[in-house]
Design a protein around this ligand. Sequence first.
Ligand SMILES: [Zn+2]
Length: 470
Amino acid sequence: MKMREKSNSLILAGVFIFMLIILSFWWKKQAVAQTFVQPADPQVKGLQEKLLRARPLPLKDVRLTGGPLLRAQYLTSQYLLQLEPDRMLAYYRQRAGLQPKAKPYGGWDGPGRNLTGHIAGHYLSAVSLMWAATGDARFKERADYIVKELKEIQDKHGDGYLSALEGGRECFEALAQGEIRTASFDLNGLWAPWYTLHKTFAGLRDAYRLTGNKLALEIETKFAAWAEKILSKLNAAQVQKMLNTEFGGMNEVLVDLFVDTGDRRWLELSSKFEHRVFVEPLKRHQDNLAGKHGNMQIPKMAGAANRYLHTGNPDDLMASNFFWNRVAKHHSYATGGHGLNEYFGEPDQLSQRVDGRTAESCNIYNMLKLTRILFSFWPSAHYADFLERALFNHVLGSIDPEDGRTCYMVPVGRAVQHEYQDMFRSFTCCVGSGMENHALHGLGIYYESGNKLWINLFKDHSGLCQLIGR
Ligand SMILES: [Zn+2]
């Protein structure tokens, strides 16, 4: 090769390498931009960037390619495709004065004193997650269909209300007037109505965030405005009384709505769902869990950790991280589950609490949500080990690897049995969270920060996952 040709080749190679560097830099920027929900408010965005030391790779960038996690995801995807959206929406239509399009489902999704309508919310979350996890267009079509139907139902109500609860209107109208009769699971005669509404809020949020359905955000915003009006005339003591009844993760979804819209109204509304009698001792690092219902509390703390990420309020972090430590280290069995008959006992005294109905599956779904958030603040094995332990022992243990049935309890103890559910009849809380549980397996495995990548599961990753665009 002549000298001139040689130098031309070197220049060309140099340009090529330079282009590659630019391209990879651009690609990296694009990838980072897609890994976390970007807050609409620039101030909040800056705070999020400061607090997040590890960002989870989003579901859409991780494809499971083998192993028991993929099997569980596949079985759940088949279950989701067998369920009929018109059936889970039937009572929503009926309450709005519209003709149902199909026979409603029963069990806990049935009429009367039930969580009527919770399944449509869980399902909307689950198909949105499954779309992100698999890229299968059938899940996006289902999410779009449900959002379109919810729009018609909400429009018929006319004031933003959106629920399938029998007597829901009467319950909330009485509440707005200051009539508040509460017990752990009862608010004005209904079973945990805010808990049920939370599932609809969360489904709309997930359809917006994971499938990009803007109509879902519009519906959710109108729904939140209705909730704001219901609470507008209540004083702080009345709101606190209302919060004695289970309310799911209402604080969490309203923080997310603030993140998605940039409207501080929703942050203020979220702060109304701060259950002081429960949270204040945790801020002081007092373990007040004995005798309390497990799954009633965990979403409150996932919401607090989420709010910390977007406000920087240290009280929220103090309470949620202390709660996590107490539950994970002092109230949990070897499987990562906790609770006897759904309730916490005294810390570090588990040996007398191993017979009977232990370790509800909803609780683990919510504990893993909290764990994933805390790991992103402090990327340490402290959190990753718990995630791995609970994921493999409880969550994978909660699904039958042959037929995909999921469990209410995955108990520990002598002569105990998995509580497999009738997947087309029972529709319990754990059937609902189970739909989401097994669509989430790609989340929390990988985290990134700059050039650093964390791998949080002790597995042969060559046969487990594929990273898209990395
Ligand atoms: Zn449950």
